[in-house]
Design a protein around this ligand. Sequence first.
Ligand code: PGA
Length: 253
Amino acid sequence: MKQRIPTIVANWKMHKTQEEAKKYILDFLPLVSASPVNVLIAAPFTCLSIIAEHLKHSSILVGGQNMHFETDGAYTGEISLPMLKDVGASFVILGHSERRTHFLETDLVINKKLNKALQNDMKAILCIGEQEIEKKSNKTLETLKNQISNGLKGIDPLSLRQLIIAYEPVWAIGTGQSPHADIVQEIHAFIRAFIQKEYGDDLSSCLPIIYGGSVKYESLSDLMLKEDVDGVLVGGASLDPQSFAKIVNFSLG
Ligand code: PGA
């Protein structure tokens, strides 16, 4: 019996208009039973308020997929923490590999964003993961260790209670490929041991470490049984309410 409640996250990426988002939520809600599973939906900024409005009476959280580290200022095209909160977001995904790759986000920038979110009572999902080339040259663990230690540098350990770590191998995202569940378990155990060494038992035993990268309903039976896999971050398979509801309901156990 696992001590951590499963955390199931949808990452819609750059998909859905407000109307589509509203329809999704109306279709999705009756499909999932009220349950002890943390369900989070990361949606485009333009959909957050309509989703928050429709989730008012539910425990499902809505959040952003990125955020600037400053509160306000001359940052054309960016969005800040108070703006996210203003439209009902209670969490944010930070350091997703698509942000690192296409928008050149570095560990340093991700660290500032993470600090801002966690210091201001916003849950944050820190995404980490190795590139294919790092995997091939046996650098996976070293890469993950660097991403975690740089990402968390200087952050008040007390605020890390609001943190979720998502292990997302870059080569597995949107490709239909994924590591064997035994490998995912090994890597999650490594991440938890690293957190334990740096921050102690209290944090490491309650920290949700979730897996992302081509997750589908069929992958869950192997993944969710693993001791250190506390949930999943789902991209493609979260875009359809039926498909995401199946994933959430499976996680009820
Ligand atoms: P995927 O995306 O499930 O489509 O691979 C996961 C992610 O990028 O978060």
